[in-house]
Design a protein around this ligand. Structure first.
Ligand code: SF4
Length: 324
């Protein structure tokens, strides 16, 4: 009876290949997708369905947000703390070993493929953070890595492992073709933490001590303005943004210029009367069909029963308040 493995699964080609490879070698594999507010499972589940395996989705939002506040190994090009993130995922997957469900962990990392997270030293860092450093096997490049317990104990034959390294994906593409894997995510694709514009907004939340899940709801929509240390305004830029804002707004104050087709604004955090006036002026300034002054309606829970006069601001005045 082969030992059982849990696999870190992202929906990317490398993780798909590592799972397919171990399954073809006869190992029972439990693929796990770790859900965070920045990386949802939809595409990964679709890719898994087309490759013919089931995935367990585990939500790690809480520890992930905690980790994001001060990652031991810092951030990548944007606000992506990939080394700490991998370490956290291994640590969460290790729970399955503790629970006796699996015997070791696998992942699809390839040595030297990404600039930071998949170098030798980065892999060591991930192993250290994971708390299960001796129980990780990386099937696509394990031949190039120091032996871990599953290899030393003969659970996994090192000769069955591969020695893929570097940034070219030629061998992975060949294997995908050979094994009939055609549906997968692009590398790093889908994680909002690798998006430059999103990272700017997230960094602002971090710097103001506001990194909590409910503050992430509007981050993908519109223009963002900081009105005070704990108060922000989001103004829709497109109809997609406006739909997103109306879908995500719960207890917040929503604003809109009366009787004119234009953007929605939503205030996150408590607003003083000065901040409310500022919010009305900003929403007004983004309403193209409005004149120089008009009524803005606002209220909680989309009950826009209150009125305030909005006046147009200059682009320079808007720029000062814009989060960027
Ligand atoms: S790209 Fe995103 S999900 Fe992937 S390791 Fe980096 S931070 Fe984590």
């Amino acid at each position: 009876m082969k030992k059982r493995a849990a696999a870190l699964y992202s929906g990317g080609l490398d993780s798909l290949l590592s799972i397919a490879m171990m399954q073809r070698l006869g190992y029972p594999v439990t693929p796990i997708f770790f859900r965070t507010p920045f990386f949802g499972p939809d595409k990964a589940l679709r890719a898994a369905r087309s490759a013919g395996f089931e995935v367990r989705v585990i939500d790690i939002t809480e520890p992930h947000l905690e980790m994001l506040k001060s990652p031991v190994y810092g951030f990548g090009r944007n606000l992506n703390p990939c080394i700490d993130c991998h370490g956290l995922m291994f640590r969460m997957a290790a729970q399955l070993i503790e629970d006796g469900e699996v015997d070791f962990l696998i992942s699809g990392e390839v040595l030297g493929q990404r600039p930071k997270s998949q170098r030798h030293d980065a892999m060591n860092a991930v192993r250290k953070l994971s708390g299960v450093k001796d129980l990780i096997v990386r099937p696509l490049c394990q031949k190039l890595l120091p032996d871990t317990l599953p290899i030393r104990e003969g659970w996994v034959d090192k000769e069955d492992m591969l020695d893929i390294q570097g940034r070219t994906r030629r061998r992975q593409m060949e294997l995908a073709e050979q094994w009939g894997i055609a549906d997968y995510n692009t590398p790093g694709g889908g994680c909002l933490l690798t998006d430059a514009a999103y990272s700017v907004l997230l960094r602002d939340l971090l710097e103001h001590g506001e990194l909590v899940e409910c503050n992430l709801r509007f981050l993908r929509y519109g223009r963002h303005y900081r009105l005070g240390p704990t108060t922000r305004l989001i103004v829709g830029k497109t109809s997609y943004d406006n739909e997103g804002i109306s879908g995500a707004a719960k207890q917040e104050t929503v604003l809109k210029v009366m009787g004119i087709h234009g953007p929605l604004g939503v205030i996150q955090g408590e607003a003083s009367s000065e901040q409310l006036q500022l919010a009305a002026d900003i929403v007004f300034s983004h309403t193209q069909r409005a004149g120089d002054e008009d009524l803005v309606c606002y209220g909680l829970n989309f009950q826009l029963v209150n009125r305030i006069r909005g006046t147009r601001m200059t682009p320079e005045q808007l720029e000062v308040l814009r989060i960027r």
